[in-house]
Design a binder for this molecule. Structure first.
Ligand code: NAD
Ligand code: TYD
Length: 367
């Protein structure tokens, strides 16, 4: 199989949780060539509450010409056109999104704007740059769309999502991601835009904004605050360490069949309550506290409206066809993540209070 070899990658949402980890994965801690990628990364990010340039400060300082940060919005068609004309972009990897289900329940508009309209604007920009008036597609280009298993809806006690499971999104977040997936596929079928798509289960690891389950729980345990478990705590998620996700994205970008989608998962299902109890034990151990006391912080609260019961991914296609597999064991990944948060309280305080915003305003007012 001939692998694709991207040279200039436009990463959208590269200052968020998974995007920042992806750029770190590609450019490496020292900005040296990693994973066979010797090219240039352009990170386009609007720096919403979830995007933090601090996540990549060392990369920005060490990677030289191989990294450019552009402060801007993916819905800005003029900016996208300018970027495609300034840079020899041959690959897009599209992470930028509004990503939190609870926020989508309280304020769905931003989800439609960014996830639907933003993806549309990006697809249009790529189509205009890469496909000429005769419909001829430039060689070697690829639009990779990063999506979620939540587009498939909710499972009962048994079964798995496969690549052919019908879409059945149930929150404004998953509905907006499902719309974006449909648009990406439509651009492939209608215009011949070379695309690949991945749908991944719940990620965890460093740099995740402290509104998602795992960082919320770690930090509340540390601070002795109540641990809000929604409903009966028996909802099930399939957890994957963020670097395993990013290695899968890179694997698909290099070797995935054009026009195809691949499911990515952890083969690692946990009831929320068991996961929270495990975190209580790990944080207690790390901070030399009594685990029985940390567990007493668990507080069952009103359920999330429309709360999906169970997600579980069948990722055998990715394993069998592209040779990917998970490498980070859950116990080790959780321990690493707990330690990272406990050792990065300055980062946590910065993103929680928005303190770094002042620095963003000063440094990133211009494109
Ligand atoms: P995140 O919320 O941590 O980061 C999103 C990033 O996108 C931020 O840096 C933000 O500033 C940027 N952004 C938002 N709106 C923008 C806009 N209009 N223009 C430019 N930039 C904008 O999200 P994440 O958890 O890193 O998720 C990244 C992608 O992966 C999303 O597409 C999400 O749907 C998908 N995904 C996430 C998970 C997960 O568990 N977190 C699982 C599967 C798929
Ligand atoms: P979350 O991290 O928001 O991811 P998603 O909803 O995209 O799967 O939530 C993971 C699970 O944890 C989900 O079932 C909701 C639950 N949850 C809580 O019980 N308490 C919390 O404070 C949060 C943020 C989530």
């Amino acid at each position: 199989m001939k692998l694709r070899s991207p040279s200039t990658i436009l990463v959208t949402g590269g200052s968020g949780f998974i995007g920042a980890n992806f750029i770190r994965y590609l450019l490496g801690e020292t900005g040296q060539q990693e994973h066979g990628f010797a090219g240039r990364v352009i990170n386009l990010d609007a720096l919403t509450y979830a995007g933090n340039p601090e996540n990549l400060r060392d990369i920005a300082e060490s990677a030289g010409d191989r990294y450019r940060f552009v402060h801007g919005d993916i819905t800005d068609a003029a900016l996208l056109e300018k970027l495609f004309s300034e840079e020899a972009i041959d690959t897009v990897v599209h992470f930028a999104a509004e990503s939190h289900v609870d926020r989508s329940i309280h304020g769905p508009q931003a989800f439609v704007n960014t996830n639907v309209m933003g993806t549309f604007a990006l697809l249009e920009a790529a189509r205009k740059a890469w496909i000429d008036a005769n419909g001829t597609v430039r060689d070697g280009v690829l639009f990779h769309h990063v999506s979620t298993d939540e587009v498939f809806g909710s499972l009962g006690a048994t079964g798995y999502f496969t690549e052919t499971t019908p879409y059945d999104p149930r929150s404004p977040y998953s509905a907006s991601k499902a719309s974006s997936d449909h648009l990406v596929r439509a651009y492939h079928h209608t215009y011949g835009l070379p695309i690949t798509l991945t749908n991944c289960s719940n990620n965890y690891g460093p740099y995740q904004f402290p509104e998602k389950l795992i960082p919320v729980m770690i930090l509340n345990i540390k601070d002795g605050k109540p641990l809000p478990v929604y409903g009966d705590g028996k909802n099930i998620r399939d957890w994957l360490y963020v670097e395993d996700h990013n290695r899968a994205v890179w694997t698909v970008m290099q070797g995935g069949d054009t026009g195809e989608s691949y499911n990515i998962g952890g083969d690692n299902e946990w009831e929320n309550i068991t996961l929270v109890e495990t975190l209580c034990d790990i944080v207690a151990e790390e901070l030399d506290r009594d685990p029985a006391e940390t567990r007493k912080l668990i507080t069952f609260v009103k359920d999330r409206p429309g709360h999906d019961r169970r997600y579980a991914i069948d990722c055998s296609r990715l394993k069998n066809e592209l040779g990917w597999s998970q490498t980070v064991d859950f116990a080790q990944g959780l321990r690493k993540t707990v330690k990272w948060y406990l050792e990065h309280m300055e980062w946590v305080d910065g993103v929680r209070t928005g303190a770094y915003r002042e620095w963003v305003e000063k440094n990133y007012t211009a494109r």
